[in-house]
Write a protein that binds this ligand. Structure first.
Ligand SMILES: [Zn+2]
Ligand SMILES: [Zn+2]
Length: 305
């Protein structure tokens, strides 16, 4: 389908790609994988959409045939191609997209639609950990991915804590979600009772290597953030706990649909997240600020049309 780009979310992947530190990138590349679009032309064989439909986009193009896809683990397809990562993305006026990657939105404003993809990463990570009501959980890193994990831990009924070194982000997460356990560092978080579920959403080597210290005996650490580097653990830290370490990558189509359903049903409200909404002309000027993880910016969204 031919679509008009309405809004593009800026995320860590884009910033790392711009810096050249994202492990899955080749260049040149048009960025933009968190998209809100509007249908211009549906094309042959597409009946479920019509011109003017506003849609969220699942940027994960999967092969449908590899071992992972045939087990339903499409989020880690061996031939995964991500729009805006492996193929050119949505930082342009119009783009051709396969209809099966798109989900119709009824109510959401364009600035919130790109967050479907961000939140899908969170719903997948919380699903990996199989969070249960009352589970003691802690999220390390309160950027948009950390906040996405917090949203679904909240829906799962977990007891949530957060570790974040940037004061503004820590403030936003603790205030916005009314969290009672919030810490500016691993060292301070280690003073409390360890957690059953620990989610590292930093993509920071030091944080990923010390996150095991926050895990309760017999419990789980999920690496949601990723890094183009080696992560080393002191084996007794792992074995003493008989800890489970899980990687969480991307999300599935079903998870995108569930996220959209939660957002349109009002169970997830991320209206406060897009703190920096600019037009494409201002993006060049703002990008350096985003690159320095400018304090106070929760989520930057470029409103294309
Ligand atoms: Zn992203
Ligand atoms: Zn596949």
């Amino acid at each position: 389908m031919l679509v008009r780009v309405l809004a593009v979310g800026i995320c860590g992947t884009d910033l790392h790609a711009f810096e050249g530190t994202q492990p899955f990138f080749t260049y040149p590349r048009i960025l933009g994988h968190e998209l809100a679009v509007e249908v211009i032309e549906t094309g042959d064989g597409v009946s479920e959409f019509k011109t003017g439909d506003r849609c969220a986009v699942n940027p994960y193009l999967t092969c449908g045939e590899c071992a992972a896809c045939s087990r339903g683990r499409t989020n880690c397809c061996a031939k995964m191609r991500v729009i805006g990562v492996h193929t050119d993305g949505g930082m342009r006026d119009r783009i051709l997209l396969p209809a099966k990657q798109m989900y119709k939105c009824k109510r959401l404003p364009p600035a919130q639609i790109p967050l479907v993809e961000t939140l899908a990463v969170g719903i997948h990570a919380v699903g990996r950990a199989a969070a249960q009501p009352g589970d003691r959980a802690i999220v390390v890193g309160a950027g948009p991915i950390g906040l996405s994990v917090i949203e679904f831990l909240r829906l799962a009924g977990a007891d949530i804590g957060v570790v974040e070194k940037m004061p503004e982000r820590l403030e936003f997460a603790s205030r916005h979600y009314g969290l009672k356990r919030y810490y500016p560092s691993h060292a301070e978080a280690r003073q409390e009772e360890p957690s059953m579920l620990v989610f590292d959403c930093t993509g920071d080597k030091g944080s990923m290597e010390s996150a095991i210290q926050l895990v309760q005996q017999g419990c789980t650490l999920v690496f949601v953030g990723l890094i183009n580097d080696t992560v080393s653990l002191f084996d007794p830290d792992l074995h003493r706990r008989e800890a489970t370490i899980l990687a969480s990558r991307n999300s599935t189509s079903a998870e995108h649909r569930r996220v959209l359903d939660h957002m349109e049903g009002g169970r997830i409200d991320v209206a406060a997240w897009p703190t920096d909404c600019v037009g494409p002309d201002a993006m060049g000027e703002r990008f350096p600020l985003w690159l320095h993880r400018q304090a106070g910016v929760v989520k930057a969204v470029v409103e294309w049309h």
